[in-house]
Design a protein around this ligand. Structure first.
Ligand SMILES: [Mg+2]
Length: 260
């Protein structure tokens, strides 16, 4: 089947090698609240809408216990509201340092367009964060045809609504002629729930979680081990394929078109 559109995720897929910005911003609100969270805890639910992400961190057993021992009561929805209110400005500030386009993305997207594909995006960031990223990405030669966030649809991943709205905005159908590309299990679930093809991104994304420099310093065996483990988590979430980065998706698109 001729593919019609690609829906890309932002952090760890298009910008922010290693998906560092959300981790830094999440930690920056939990630490002053007296309940610091680890990188692994911050990464566990990556990809869902940020307020839901804060709520889900508070549901982690260790974090919940630490919260109770600090405040004498389990975290309530008012606490989620307070943390999220602090999170928004912190996240936008952190994005300034983590909005570099991942190497190869601009060329890969240009190649996708020359195949006749439209380019949409979805994210767990809110509208203000997404607008900031759009501005920064435009100066680096990445301008998608549409860019949606959970604010636009009332709910984020793993629900398929942002992908459905992207299809409408891009004027593309059927969903089976669209491919979701993202770096978290939540991205993959979003694409599969929408009835799309789903490609999981490993090396540049949340599941490996390293900057380009950190990655380059690893021994080859360690790189292999981390790639395999990231692939497995994304395949377990339902990914049809995985690729180390967006720049390496072209042969997969070719294969989908000839096999479907
Ligand atoms: Mg991401």
């Amino acid at each position: 089947m001729k593919l019609r559109a690609i829906i890309l995720d932002w952090a760890g897929t298009v910008v922010d090698y290693g998906s560092r910005a959300p981790v830094a911003a999440l930690q920056s609100v939990f630490t002053p609240a007296g309940v610091p969270v680890t990188v692994a805890e911050a990464r566990e639910s990556m990809g869902i809408a940020k307020k839901a992400h804060i709520r889900s961190i508070l549901e982690i057993e260790r974090v919940r216990a630490a919260w109770i021992s600090k405040y004498g009561a389990p975290p309530a929805e008012a606490d989620v509201d307070k943390l999220y209110a602090r999170f928004i400005p912190n996240q936008i500030q952190v994005l300034a340092d983590y909005s570099g386009l991942i190497p190869g993305v601009a060329d890969a997207v240009a190649a996708m367009r020359s195949r006749g594909l439209k380019i949409g995006t979805t994210t767990g960031y809110n509208r203000a964060m997404l607008n900031y990223l759009l501005e920064r990405a435009a100066t680096q030669n990445f301008i998608p045809d549409c860019a949606l966030c959970p604010d636009d649809t009332g709910a984020g991943r793993p629900l398929p609504w942002m992908c459905y709205l992207a299809a409408i905005r891009l004027e593309v159908y059927p969903m089976a002629a669209m491919v979701k590309i993202g770096d978290t299990p939540a991205d993959i679930e979003e694409g599969r729930n929408a009835g799309m093809w789903a490609i999981g991104i490993t090396r540049t994304g949340n599941e490996v979680g390293l900057t380009e420099e950190e990655w380059a310093r690893l021994a080859v065996e360690e790189q292999e081990r981390m790639l395999r483990s990231a692939e497995q988590r994304l395949l377990d979430a339902g990914a049809h394929y995985t690729a180390p980065s967006v720049a390496e998706c072209e042969p997969i698109l070719e294969q989908i078109e000839t096999s479907s």
